[in-house]
Design a protein. Structure first.
Length: 83
């Protein structure tokens, strides 16, 4: 799908709005993340996976019963760490 949109001032930056057809086509929603890069005079905008919250990250690191480990062994000191 190709759409022509106007770039507008948004505070000190410039912004572009996504047409609803594109939002629906690639399942964008408010607070979705996108990657923006350039290639010569092209601007490439790509939807990226959602970033996880700290709570979600901790849950992913939890043991199988859903509880985070009580401690973690980082190994022997490598410098002048104080324990």
């Amino acid at each position: 799908m190709v759409k022509t949109m106007r770039i507008n001032k948004w505070g000190d930056a410039l912004g572009i709005r996504f047409p609803s057809e594109i939002v629906k086509e690639i399942s964008l929603k408010e607070k979705s993340y996108v990657e923006i890069r350039t290639n010569g005079d092209e601007i490439i905008i790509k939807r990226t996976p959602e970033l996880l919250s700290l709570e979600e990250l901790i849950t992913k690191c939890a043991d199988w019963d859903g509880n985070p480990p009580e401690s973690y062994d980082w190994g022997e000191p490598q410098g002048r760490e104080i324990f």
